[in-house]
Design a protein around this ligand. Structure first.
Ligand SMILES: O=C(O)CCC(=O)C(=O)O
Ligand SMILES: [Fe+2]
Length: 225
């Protein structure tokens, strides 16, 4: 996997999956029952594998069409001696994004992301001493004063792996834009020219992680479903 021209703890692999695989994944995600979607104010998401919670995640099995990719990453030993057991699906329409945040203590500090349908640009910021890191999925309001440190162009079908320092000491975000301009901050522009503008389409991301605290469903609960 390619190491980027930035901190040593970010890896990027273009065309990690094929167009056919991308198409199948998108179809399966949109075939999920409607209540599987959780609508946020400016994007929507699906949780697979359970709902991460400070008290532990009640593990649910991940369907085969998705488990295929979880196993693929596990077999690459990307999570050290851990195995990924959770997939967060985020859908972003053009103009949608995610505020600067850290993924917090609910996850083992390796984030792997497969992008589908569109490119986007993921930004990283230094964490300030005043930032509360231990807050769950801490969203920070003082965004405006924050300087972007680097950005990564995430192309459709690519895999991104972020870990260790970049996980703990930085925040990440996606700007709420309909298009992105190739800037000097992008560490992997490929053969794109500075100033080139890329228009976003609907993007779906699969964030595949290991949730350390899990518990089994109590028998009386599993019977009810
Ligand atoms: O969509 C992405 O690539 C990033 C998602 C993310 O940062 C998150 O859900 O915590
Ligand atoms: Fe995140």
């Amino acid at each position: 996997m390619k190491q980027l021209n930035g901190p040593p703890t970010v890896f990027y692999e273009p065309n990690f999956i094929s167009e056919e695989e991308e198409k199948r994944l998108v179809e399966s995600i949109y075939a999920a029952p409607k209540p599987k979607w959780q609508q946020l104010s400016r994007r929507r998401l699906q949780n697979w594998g359970g709902l991460p919670h400070p008290k532990g995640m009640i593990a649910e099995s991940i369907p085969d069409w998705l488990m295929k990719y979880v196993s693929l990453l596990n077999n690459l030993h990307l999570f050290g001696d851990k195995k990924a057991n959770h997939v967060l699906v985020n859908e972003y329409l053009p103009g949608q994004g995610i505020m600067p945040h850290t993924d917090g203590p609910l996850f083992h500090p390796v984030i792997t992301t497969i992008s589908l349908g569109s490119h986007t640009v993921l930004n990283f910021y230094d964490r300030l001493d005043s930032d509360e890191v231990d807050a769950e999925d801490s969203q920070l309001s003082s965004v405006k004063q924050r300087q972007k440190k680097l950005s990564v162009l995430l192309e459709p079908r690519s895999l991104l792996v972020v870990k260790d320092d970049l996980y703990h000491k930085h925040l990440h975000s996606i700007d709420e834009l309909k298009s992105d301009e190739i800037s000097e901050l992008i560490v992997n522009p490929g053969d794109r020219q500075l100033g080139e503008v890329m228009h976003r389409q609907t993007r779906i991301s699969l964030t595949i992680r290991h949730v350390p605290r899990t518990s089994k469903v109590p028998i009386f609960l599993s019977r009810k479903s």
